[in-house]
Design a protein around this ligand. Structure first.
Ligand code: NAD
Length: 401
């Protein structure tokens, strides 16, 4: 029996996952994208073409995955029933509608995977799925296994880089999963990256790295910006300065303190996956980091980060200005730092560095999340903070209430 893989989304990552999974006849691949007419356009594109993924292999040779996913639809009745694994490969702001669409068709034992789910993924799932969440196994990863960009919608995608290692966490439901979650995701992704899973699911929400790396570095570079355009977009990681690295490390230490406090309160919860950012970097990029002498040097010398720049907008009069509408603020603050800060509040851990960045970020967005030291602002409805769902105890955060 083939593994029935349902991929959610229609962007870069969804194309790559669909293409790699469908290139193995042991997988039966369906894609569900709810966005506009994307499903129709993608299906039409594949009437006259295969889905081709271009990449450079480790031996330096140009290679391709060539395949055709079995079904691309926006209809959950066609997509969901019978699925073994259901994989979210779509930005966090679009997740709610997918949970709503999945809900009537969810079967106990299904495995739902966030790739990445981003912070608070499971809170939204518990809130929307209600009792249906009980029989489901949740498996969340910290990121996407590839850097990738569509070159021709529906037909062709470039995989710029593969991660070598891919780390996630599993929380089993009350019903035994239909398939082994780790083996199944590995089969759908092929041999690269090597997938592992350990620790509680909450560890992924706490250490969803985009959530705190991007806003911390944005804050470090731009919080005292004088409003004058700069000549070019600064390098995001290679151009990191000591103060920004210290801030990022400080934010990460606050998150580790949240995890330690939770572990002290709940002996059975394994949050060994909620590590400091320097340890996470060594775990994800053991071969890419050239200089491990300090945290700053690790971030500056990671091959996987080479050439990545700050999001900017071009000025008519020349030069560039920071793009404060970028995902690094608009996604990573409400679907990231605010969630982590909300958990800190529940377990009583002070987070001065996180607070400073949220205060700055919400000001840029013209939103209110953190008010008078509490996650209670008028805009928490656009976040996935536990408070937004009425989860105000540790048991609720852990899915036990
Ligand atoms: P993407 O930007 O390609 O996603 C675009 C897709 O999202 C669209 O095709 C559509 O299906 C959906 N979408 C967009 N706007 C929508 C809306 N208003 N309503 C509903 N759906 C909408 O995303 P991606 O590059 O595949 O990335 C997926 C996730 O992985 C993101 O969270 C991203 O931050 C993360 N990630 C991506 C990369 C990468 O290289 N692409 C690398 C690391 C992490």
């Amino acid at each position: 029996m083939p593994l029935k893989v349902l991929i959610l989304g229609g962007g870069n990552g969804a194309h790559v996952h669909a293409g790699i999974a469908a290139s193995n006849p042991e997988n039966e691949v369906r894609v569900m994208t709810l966005f506009q007419d994307e499903a129709e356009r993608w299906s039409k594109a594949l009437e006259s073409s295969d889905l081709v993924l271009d990449y450079t292999d480790k031996d330096g040779k140009e290679k391709q995955f060539v395949s055709k996913p079995g079904l691309i639809t926006k209809d959950p009745k066609l997509a969901v029933p019978g699925s073994d694994i259901i994989v979210f490969v779509v930005p966090a702001f679009a997740h709610a509608q997918y949970w709503e669409a999945l809900k009537p068709h969810m079967e106990p034992g299904m495995v739902v995977i966030g790739m990445p789910g981003a912070a608070g993924w499971e809170f939204q799932a518990y809130d929307i799925l209600g009792d249906k969440a009980k029989g489901i196994t949740f498996f969340n990863f910290n990121t996407l296994p590839w850097n990738c960009r569509i070159t021709e919608f529906g037909k062709r995608v470039g995989i710029v880089g593969f991660k070598d290692y891919f780390v996630g966490a599993i929380r089993k439901g009350s019903v035994e999963p239909k398939v082994d979650p780790l083996k199944a995701i590995q089969q759908s992704l092929g041999p690269r990256p090597v997938c592992t899973a350990y620790g509680d699911l909450l560890g992924m929400t706490l250490t969803y790295t985009n959530a705190f790396i991007h806003p911390s570095i944005m804050y470090g570079r731009w919080h005292d910006w004088d409003g004058k355009p700069v000549s070019e977009s600064p390098l995001f990681y290679q151009g990191l300065d000591q103060a920004s690295a210290d801030l990022l490390s400080g934010v990460s230490s606050e998150i580790v303190a949240i995890a330690k406090t939770i572990s002290a309160k709940k002996a059975g919860i394994d949050l060994s996956n909620a590590k400091h950012i320097s340890d996470i970097m060594l775990e994800f990029y053991p071969e890419d980091i050239k200089d491990k002498s300090s945290f700053l040097r690790m971030m500056q010398s990671n091959k996987a980060f080479e050439g990545l720049r700050h999001p900017v907008i071009n000025n008519e009069g020349g030069g560039v200005s920071p793009d404060f509408k970028a995902r690094y603020i608009w996604e990573d603050v409400p679907f990231g730092l605010v969630v982590q800060r909300g958990i800190a509040e529940i377990v009583g851990v002070p987070t001065p560095n996180i607070d400073k960045i949220i205060t700055w970020g919400q000001g840029l967005m013209g939103k209110e999340f953190l008010v008078d030291g509490k996650i209670k602002g008028k805009d928490i409805g656009m976040t996935r903070a536990p408070q937004r769902y009425g989860f105000t105890t540790l048991d609720a955060v852990l899915g036990a209430a």
